[in-house]
Design a protein around this ligand. Structure first.
Ligand SMILES: [Zn+2]
Ligand SMILES: [Zn+2]
Ligand SMILES: [Zn+2]
Length: 434
């Protein structure tokens, strides 16, 4: 590779934001100085948020997510710094059990993990498996999330729960307001005139294939982060409303032949933390935690990256047996008439879940789009007014024009990841977006 070529490759890679598999757009550019029109190919980043798919784009997404979350907690990006005075919680809502799975459990001594699933008088299940596991699984044990007995695991229940969790969350937010109104001795409509709840939530797929929600909730006055909530609404009152809502809210699961009518609710594990008193975990730490989840894939390897088009494609995905069965179950249920509305075939690669990975209410803080636009403006200012981009750019393929540029992009991503692992502190927090 000659020096000139390397320089050109680097420039191509940098222009596309070091993306692993960018999108090529064809169109026309106007050279301002001469007024000449040129056919041009524009190579733009894929903007995939998943680190397993595109490390560079996921990195920028993580930076943006960090900014979004942090701004809502400590002010900035249009949110007044006084938002810090408002009740703010960090909440984790979980899925119920659909059968025992192997788990990494932090031990009391924290030196070695606690036993996985010890049951002193465990009997064999109908499939002859004793539902007892004394192993102390490490955090990276490949068996984590796999059921003790796959035949006992309720795959249909798990997929239907994932498919209903967005609605369950929506109903839960309504229940939080209802609970607050009851506490204040007023109606929901009156309460909404003085209180506005804002949140950002990130979905995490657990190894057992069920969705968890990580949510930052903030209570503002009716006009959003610039207005104070009523004095009685402190973090304690908000926490008890959230807890009550999570414990009591359920949604109907569509009827399925051969299954009893069921409702989907949250699991027993519920974590509600007051961000004003939680020792150590400042806005920056919470933002980093949420942003990390925002770039995770359904499975760690990223095999479940794209929608599935045919049943035989599932068997080619190199999934573990548990994930494969969840995908097959969603695919199979996709043709059941009573479940049509859940579009389970479209969401088989997300194990039934049909919502976004990250969602936020309007008033929480700035938006991903605003952060991206700011970055584009910054790049335009940096590259100067040399060319103006014409309208009507059309898709012209995937990948860099020069194949070596793709290899270079991947090497750069690896190097940056290595620097981040070995370097001091978290790179995102000092340079969140570019
Ligand atoms: Zn990319
Ligand atoms: Zn185990
Ligand atoms: Zn069994």
């Amino acid at each position: 590779m000659s020096e000139v070529t390397l320089w050109e490759l680097l420039r191509e890679v940098e222009r596309a934001g070091r993306c692993s598999h960018p999108v090529r757009l064809g169109g026309t550019t106007l050279e301002r100085a001469t007024g000449e029109l040129h056919d041009a190919i524009l190579v733009v980043s894929c903007k995939d948020r998943r680190a397993a798919i595109c490390p560079a784009c996921a990195d920028r997404y993580r930076g943006d997510a960090w900014q979004l979350v942090a701004a809502g907690l400590r002010g900035g990006k249009g949110v007044p710094a006084t938002a810090v005075e408002h009740p703010r919680l960090f909440v984790t809502m979980t899925a119920p059990s659909f059968g025992p799975v192997h788990a990494h459990r932090v031990g009391g001594s924290r030196v070695r993990p606690a036993p996985c699933h010890p049951r002193r008088s465990a009997t064999a299940c109908p499939h002859g498996v004793v539902l007892d596991c004394r192993e102390r699984h490490g955090a990276d044990d490949p068996v984590l999330g796999e059921p003790l007995c796959a035949a006992c695991f309720d795959y249909v229940g798990a997929v239907l729960w994932n498919a209903r969790v967005s609605l369950l969350w929506q109903r839960t937010t309504v229940a939080i307001v209802r609970h607050l109104a009851r506490e204040a001795g007023t109606s929901e409509a009156r309460l909404r005139r003085v209180v506005r709840l804002s949140y950002i939530k990130v979905v995490e797929f657990q190894r057992r294939g069920l969705v968890h929600l990580h949510i930052v909730v903030r209570a503002d006055g009716a006009d959003g982060p610039g207005s104070l909530p009523p004095a009685w609404l402190d973090a304690g009152a908000l926490a008890s409303a959230v807890t009550d809502a999570a414990r009591t809210t359920t949604v109907a699961v569509p009827r399925l032949e051969g299954r009893a009518a069921a409702r989907a609710g949250w699991g027993q594990e519920l974590d509600v933390r007051d961000l004003a008193v939680d020792g150590g975990a400042g806005p920056e730490a919470i933002a980093a935690y949420v942003a990390k989840y925002a770039t995770k894939s359904v499975d760690d390897a990223g095999h479940l990256a794209r929608p599935i088009r045919a049943a035989r494609a599932i068997e080619r995905l190199r999934l573990g047996p548990h994930h494969a069965e969840l995908v097959r179950t969603a695919w199979r249920l996709g043709t059941v008439t009573s479940l049509k509305g859940l579009r389970l075939r479209d969401h088989a690669h997300t194990l039934g879940y049909g919502g976004q990975a990250t969602t936020k209410s309007i008033a929480y803080s700035t938006t991903f789009t605003a952060l991206r636009n700011a970055r584009v403006d910054f790049m335009r200012a940096a590259t100067g007014p040399r060319i103006e981009v014409d309208h009507g750019w059309r898709y012209a393929g995937r990948g860099y024009e020069h194949p070596d540029a793709g290899i270079l992009a991947d090497r750069l991503a690896e190097e940056l990841a290595r620097l981040r692992r070995e370097g001091p502190g978290d790179v995102h927090q000092s340079a969140p977006s570019r």
